[in-house]
Design a protein around this ligand. Structure first.
Ligand SMILES: [Zn+2]
Length: 287
């Protein structure tokens, strides 16, 4: 018989059975193929009685695990390690429960999509894996440090949550040295040149908004009529939801008045940016 051939030692005989849930309609059949109750292994292992859950409802998997156990292989029926996908989506849910800014969550998602190429299980991520991953980064040192911050936060959480035993793999990674060049502001002459050039109304508004508000170009491009409150620009800080009011001269506010209401953005971003960059070059190199 095949069975006695493969398992000639009577001390090593296991068989599998389903341990049914209380209300299972197939409870009478211990090897039912019709329900999803868990398989258990029972019998004798190395001369001792053995009975343990195989933690699977799949027959083939249960047979395979039983054979592994008989062969003395890994006694744990199922890897306890979380998949990286599961770990990262749990972390995202944690951030969302903390009402973190949408942009923060987006940056973590981006990080996880890049990281997912480096391992399937959370335990696949060792210090070496993370170093290899970091070697692929092309961003500026400051941006890389922010990315490393997020990576450290995730693995610190994974470690504290017990998903990773032993060392936190991100702990030893050090930050890059950042030498930010000093920001060189426009000189008064350059400012005067920028403000004095003959311009279309929208471009004149745009340059003056930058001049008076100190907003970034990218933020100024996103201004909408509803962001104006009297002679002030109302800004909501995305990070802490604080409202900031930036005063602008009434003359500048007057310039906005003829804006047709169907304008979604006060400034269509692309052409303005193009012109502005051209002007910036002009201001630096006025020939
Ligand atoms: Zn059942």
């Amino acid at each position: 018989m095949l069975y006695t051939e493969s398992c000639n030692d009577a001390d090593m005989a296991l068989s599998i059975y389903r341990r049914h849930r209380k209300k299972c309609p197939h409870a009478a059949d211990r090897i039912s193929k019709k329900c999803r109750c868990l398989w258990w292994a029972t019998g004798t292992l190395e001369g001792r009685p053995y009975r343990k859950s195989l933690k699977t409802a799949n027959y083939d998997r249960a047979e395979q695990l039983k054979n592994h156990i008989e062969a003395g292989k890994a006694p744990q029926p199922k890897s306890k390690s979380l998949t990286f996908d599961e770990a990262s989506s749990r972390f995202i849910r944690k951030l969302q429960a903390e009402l973190r800014a949408a942009d923060t969550v987006r940056k973590y998602r981006l990080l996880f999509s890049e990281l997912s190429r480096f391992g399937a299980l959370i335990t696949d991520f060792t210090i070496d894996t993370l170093s290899d991953f970091r070697d692929t980064w092309q961003e500026s040192p400051a941006t890389r440090n922010k990315k490393l911050d997020r990576m450290k936060a995730f693995f610190r959480y994974a470690h504290d949550a017990g998903w990773i035993t032993g060392q936190n793999p991100a702990r030893l990674l050090k930050y890059a040295t950042v030498r930010e060049p000093m920001v060189k502001p426009f000189s008064p002459q350059e400012q005067a040149l920028l403000l004095s050039k003959p311009q279309t109304r929208s471009l004149r508004c745009f340059v003056q908004v930058l001049y008076y508000s100190g907003l970034r170009i990218s933020d100024a491009c996103m201004l909408k009529p509803e962001h104006f409150d009297g002679n002030r620009i109302r800004r909501v800080n995305q990070k802490n939801n604080e409202v900031v009011f930036i005063p602008i001269p009434p003359s500048l506010k007057q310039e906005f008045r003829p804006a047709p209401p169907e304008w979604r953005l006060l400034f269509p971003a692309r052409p303005i940016r193009k012109t502005l960059h051209a002007k910036r070059r002009m201001a630096h190199d006025p020939q």
